[in-house]
Structures are given as structure tokens and as C-alpha cells.
Design a binder for this molecule. Structure first.
Ligand code: PLP
Length: 216
């Protein structure tokens, strides 16, 4: 797959929307092609995988987009500029503690389980406001966005979930505090990022449209 060309085309197509180039399972050489083509942010799902690869990846901003286990929080805080996949109060308190220990203010997004699916990670849409109240007291995290992975349905049917996210996002943006400044709405992947942008995404997370189908 022509990674360089794919990245250029997607960057042109999305205009002012921010691209997170999703690099799970991809080798550093190919990741670097995307960075040379203009990708500024990469998204990884696994802390260990990224730790193994990072020394070979060109300078860029790094986002964690996969579920974070408690025993990996310390490493994640060292390695990632933004943790998009914050999905419980327990993990956000833990991030606050580990970030405090190294004098870092960790940027995070809250992951919303917008379809209320029992098997999925993330806060329920109704929980988010309560979560924000709790977060106000945490000095070493800064909430800068919302992230979602909608139910696995045909692309056009994701639109209603994206729309719900946008409504929630607009409500949350009113909640400006020292450590809460919600300005990013991270939604949309290879098969539906165009729809996500139409519905107000500020950031899309695209993997296979850049690198081709992943081989696990
Ligand atoms: C893998 C992944 C993506 C990218 O998926 P593609 O369909 O390859 O674009 C986006 N977000 C998350 C959370 C992912 O795990």
C-alpha cells in the first residue's frame, strides 16, 4: 500500500480536521512514511507495543486510543501526550497520581460508550457530567476532549451516534475550568470518518485507509 500517498490524500480530504494516524500492528518504517507525508499525531492501542516501537518512530505527537489497564498507567503517562481512552474514574484517579509523581499534567479525553453497549468500555452518556465534577479536583489531569467508538453498524447508521456525541460535546464545552477545557471531539474511523466530520468531529482516527488491512 502506498502509505505516503494515502496519507496525503486523506489529509487533503479532511481539511482542518485533525488526523490521528492509527498505527497499531504497523512497523516503524511504514509509520514514518505517514509522518513524512504530514501526519503529526499517531494513535496506538497498546502501551507495550508502542514502547517497543517508539525509539524507531520519527518525532510526532502520540495518543493512546486503546483500553488502559491499571498496571500500565505509569508507563502510559510516561509515553503518551494524550490518553484518549479514559473509561473509568478508577483509571483517571490513577493517571492523576502517576502524573503527579513526575510533575506532569496529563492530557486526557473521556471515552463515551455512546451506544450504551454492555460489552464496550467508556462512560455512559448520562455519567459524563458526574465524572466532570469529580475531575475538577484532580490537579494532574486535564480533560481536553471526548472520544467514542460507536456500535458496529453500517457507516450511514453511525451518523445518529455521532450526532448524539456532538450534542454532548456542545453541552460539555460550557464546563470550562482550570483543568477542563473540552475542545476535541474524536470520532470516525476509516469507513465512516467522512460522516463523522459532517457531524462535527474535530479529530478522526484512521488506520486501515492509510496502511491497508491489518495483519494480526
Ligand atoms: C483501530 C482503531 C481505529 C482505526 O480503525 P481503522 O478502521 O483501521 O481506521 C480507530 N480508533 C480506535 C480506538 C481503534 O482501535
Amino acid at each position: 500500500m502506498p502509505v505516503y500517498e494515502n496519507t496525503k490524500l486523506i489529509l487533503e480530504g479532511i481539511g482542518s480536521t485533525t488526523l490521528v494516524c492509527v498505527t497499531k500492528t504497523i512497523e516503524p518504517e511504514r509509520i514514518n512514511e505517514a509522518i513524512r507525508a504530514g501526519a503529526r499525531i499517531i494513535g496506538e492501542n497498546r502501551v507495550r507495543e508502542y514502547e517497543d516501537k517508539c525509539k524507531d518512530i520519527l518525532p510526532c505527537e502520540t495518543h493512546l486510543i486503546g483500553h488502559l489497564q491499571t498496571n500500565k498507567v505509569k508507563k502510559a503517562v510516561h509515553l503518551f501526550d494524550v490518553i484518549q481512552s479514559v473509561d473509568s474514574l478508577k483509571v483517571i484517579r490513577n493517571i492523576n497520581e502517576k502524573a503527579g509523581a513526575i510533575d506532569k499534567v496529563q492530557k486526557v479525553f473521556l471515552q463515551v460508550n455512546i451506544g450504551n453497549e454492555p460489552q464496550k468500555y467508556g462512560f455512559g452518556p448520562d455519567e459524563i457530567k458526574k465524572v466532570i465534577t469529580e475531575v475538577r479536583s484532580l490537579g494532574n489531569v486535564r480533560v481536553e476532549g471526548l472520544m467514542c467508538i460507536p456500535p458496529f453498524v453500517p457507516p450511514e447508521q453511525t451518523r445518529s451516534y455521532f450526532r448524539k456525541m456532538k450534542t454532548l460535546f456542545d453541552e460539555m464545552k460550557q464546563e470550562n475550568r482550570d483543568n477542563i477545557d473540552i475542545r476535541e471531539l474524536s470520532m470516525g474511523m476509516s469507513n465512516d470518518y467522512g460522516i463523522a466530520i459532517e457531524e462535527g468531529a474535530t479529530m478522526v482516527r484512521v488506520g486501515s485507509a492509510i496502511f491497508g488491512e491489518r495483519e494480526y
